[in-house]
Design a protein around this ligand. Structure first.
Ligand SMILES: [Zn+2]
Length: 318
């Protein structure tokens, strides 16, 4: 029903690293953040593959990477919905030996290189997600029993101490676990089941991260401007009549400024002025005005003081 969307946070981190001037110390910080996010995405993909291959003997819908809001915002890695119950899966992708402590709740990771890391307990995250999803459902007068499990998606995980009160699964154990759950009580009828699915999709909100420069206090002078060539990845496409030309790979692309403005909003700032646009794309005032007006951006203020914003929810993101 719903595939996971490309994480905008990840995109921002990748773009930022390629725009920050050489040898800036923040690059290694951004790179390690990137690898944490990629490991998480890798784990969720492994779970998604297992679920995709499996044919359950009952009606079901599967949602990956669902962001909803009830009492507060919450994000569910995987939700499997059947007419009798829903299953919430929280995926962890950590190498080494893991200890799930209950008092206080904590996850301790001992990596092969001897490093020890401490995380919020996934048991607490899972319980909170189930609680918030229950609230979300009852706001809509839907009563569906919810079950949950923590999935260890990384192939080289060793569990030293399992959690006392939560189910731990490896990806291939997910289908039998889901099939083993009791199908009792009233089931959702055909139309309620479908209404719930479209309600979940409609309520899903894309997570829009703070621009990288804001999160990591990187001044604009450390960011290289220029329009990026999507073919060779280099910065510095040149504006020629009706299109952009890449001096490196000689490709023309009349929409190249669009991707570069998305980069601005993910990397530099939430808003852009005509002057900032001119400096970033290396264009004159008239081209900047035309580009900003044609991008279906939201704007605030008039004439000289006008600032533009991007509504990422309207962007056709893959
Ligand atoms: Zn190129």
């Amino acid at each position: 029903m719903k595939e996971r969307s490309d994480s905008l946070t990840l995109k921002g981190l990748i773009f930022a690293q390629s725009r920050i001037t050489m040898n800036h110390p923040i690059i290694s910080v951004l790179a390690s953040k990137q690898s944490i996010i990629e490991a998480g995405i890798g784990g969720e993909q492994r779970v998604a593959e297992v679920l995709q291959k499996y044919r359950f003997p009952f009606k079901n819908n599967i949602f990956h990477d669902l962001s909803l809001s009830s009492d507060s915002n919450f994000q569910i890695d995987h939700l499997i919905k059947t007419p009798y119950y829903g299953v919430v899966l929280e995926t962890k992708n950590l190498a080494g030996s893991l200890e799930f402590r209950d008092n206080p709740p904590q996850l301790i990771q001992r990596r092969e290189d001897g490093q020890i890391k401490y995380y919020e307990s996934p048991v607490v995250q899972l319980e909170r997600n189930i609680e918030l999803l229950t609230a979300w459902l009852s706001e809509r007068n839907i009563h569906l029993p919810l079950y949950g499990a923590i999935v260890l998606a990384y192939p080289k995980q060793h569990v030293e101490i399992p959690p006392a009160n939560a189910t731990l699964l490896f990806p291939n154990m997910i289908p039998p676990f889901i099939k083993s759950l009791p199908q009792q009580g009233t089931r959702l009828d055909y139309s309620s089941f479908n209404r719930l699915s479209s309600g979940l999709l409609k309520s899903h909100q894309i997570y829009i991260p703070k621009p990288v420069c804001e999160s990591y206090q990187i001044p604009l002078i450390h960011i290289k401007p220029g329009v990026r060539c999507e073919t060779c990845g280099k910065l510095g496409m040149i504006k020629v009549p009706r299109t952009w030309h890449c001096p490196f790979c000689k490709v023309n692309n009349h929409l190249a400024h669009q991707g570069t403005l998305v980069e601005w909003f993910l990397v530099v700032k939430k808003s852009i002025t005509n002057t900032e646009c001119r400096d970033f794309l290396h264009v004159d005032i008239h081209t900047a005005t035309r580009i900003l007006q044609n991008m279906q951006l939201q704007s605030k203020g008039t004439f000289r003081n006008r600032t533009y914003f991007m509504d990422f929810r309207k962007l056709p993101l893959k």
